[in-house]
Ligand binder design. Structure first.
Ligand SMILES: [Zn+2]
Length: 180
C-alpha cells in the first residue's frame, strides 16, 4: 500500500520548490505528509473537502482510494460498518477496490484515530466512525451495532490490572435479541 510514497514526497517537495508563479510558499503549499499529523482538520460540511482534510490532518496521503472509501464512510454521519459492508457499498458506487484494499484502508484509518474498531464475535469486526467514548447494543437478529446513548455507563467494579498497565478503553457490547 505504501510503495512509492517516498518518491511522491520527493516530487511534491520539488514541485513546491519549482513553483515560481509568484504565489507565496505558505504552509498550504507544502505537501500533505510534510505538514505533519495531529493537527485539527478544518471541516466545512462539504464531504469531499472534509475527507481530504481528515486524511491530511491524520498524516495520510489522500489517495483516490482513501478519498472514495472515506467519502462512503464519513459522508453519512455516524456509522458502524464491517469491511464486507463497505466493500459492497464501494462496489455499488463503482469504486474499483479489492476487499483487501478495503481492509488495509480501514486499518490505516483506525491506526490514524479516525475510526474505532468494535469486535462483536471473534469473527465480526465493525468500524465505528464515532471515535468518542461510547458503548454498543448488538442486535443479534439483524447483526446491527447501535450506540448506547449513555456515555457514562460504567462497570460496577473494574477488575484489578497488572502492574505497569493502565486501562486504555473499556468496550461494552450489550447483545440484544428479539423476545420470543
Ligand atoms: Zn458506535
Amino acid at each position: 500500500m505504501f510503495h512509492g510514497d517516498s518518491s511522491d514526497i520527493a516530487s511534491a517537495v520539488s514541485a513546491v520548490g519549482m513553483s515560481n508563479d509568484g504565489s507565496s510558499l505558505d504552509a498550504e503549499d507544502v505537501g500533505p505528509e510534510a505538514r505533519g499529523a495531529g493537527r485539527q482538520p478544518t471541516l466545512t460540511g462539504c464531504p469531499w473537502h472534509d475527507v481530504n482534510e481528515m486524511l491530511q490532518a491524520a498524516g495520510l496521503r489522500p489517495t483516490r482510494q482513501r478519498m472514495a472509501l472515506g467519502w462512503l464512510l464519513f459522508g453519512k454521519g455516524a456509522r458502524h460498518l464491517t469491511a464486507e459492508m463497505l466493500y459492497e457499498e464501494a462496489t455499488l458506487a463503482k469504486v474499483p477496490v479489492s476487499l483487501a484494499t478495503v481492509y488495509n484502508t480501514l486499518n490505516q484509518l483506525t491506526d490514524a484515530g479516525l475510526l474505532r474498531q468494535v469486535s462483536v464475535d471473534g469473527t465480526k469486526t465493525y468500524f465505528d466512525t464515532n471515535v468518542s467514548a461510547h458503548h454498543h447494543f448488538y442486535l443479534e437478529n439483524n447483526h446491527e451495532l447501535v450506540d448506547i446513548p449513555d456515555p457514562h455507563l460504567m462497570l460496577q467494579k473494574m477488575p484489578e490490572i497488572p502492574d505497569g498497565y493502565e486501562i486504555a478503553r473499556v468496550d461494552m457490547v450489550v447483545r440484544l435479541r428479539k423476545k420470543r
